[in-house]
Ligand binder design. Structure first.
Ligand code: SME
Length: 161
């Protein structure tokens, strides 16, 4: 198994650069998208603090379906356009939500969630999945978290679908 060692004390941008390198190494040479999503969800769960859920929804027949994740059991199907995940999938744009209770149509899979970051996974110009991160802390995700997580996902997107 790959040895991963990331200095937790370094600035956010450098931290995400190291996390992206670890993610790229984890998926390197592995064609199975589900296995790769499972390892990436575990990597993020281990290295991004203050999360209560981290994982993927996959686009299947124009609907989001629960994929590999860490955290409590979750909603299985989400319509495109519905909730934070469905909004990210419909728009192809990252959703960084400081207060999920203020987001129209937010789907409360876990009542502990207070803030959320959803990054679309793009392949050949289409949304093939979304990465969903939930935190029990309000306003947990900074612009630097958004930028870092978007570049991580962009780097490994070809291995996720
Ligand atoms: N809160 C999400 C649903 C997925 S769960 O948080 C795991 C949403 O509104 O899309």
């Amino acid at each position: 198994m790959l040895e991963i060692s990331i200095d937790r004390e370094q600035p956010t941008a450098e931290y995400y650069a190291d996390l992206t390198s670890a993610a790229a190494a984890l998926v390197d040479g592995e064609p199975d998208a589900i296995a790769n999503m499972a390892n990436i969800a575990a990597l993020i769960w281990q290295y991004i603090p203050d999360l209560n859920w981290a994982g993927f929804y996959r686009m299947v027949d124009s609907e989001l379906i629960l994929g590999p994740f860490q955290g409590k059991t979750a909603c299985i199907r989400i319509a495109v356009g519905s909730g934070v995940c469905g909004t990210a999938a419909a728009s192809g744009k990252t959703q960084r939500v400081a207060d999920v209770h203020a987001f129209p149509g937010h789907i409360a899979c876990d009542a502990d969630s207070r803030s959320e970051l959803v990054v679309p996974v793009m392949k050949d110009g289409r949304v093939i999945a979304v990465l969903d991160l939930d935190s029990p802390l309000p306003d947990r995700f900074s612009p630097a978290d958004e930028a870092g997580m978007m570049s991580l996902i962009k780097a490994i997107a070809p291995s996720l679908g």
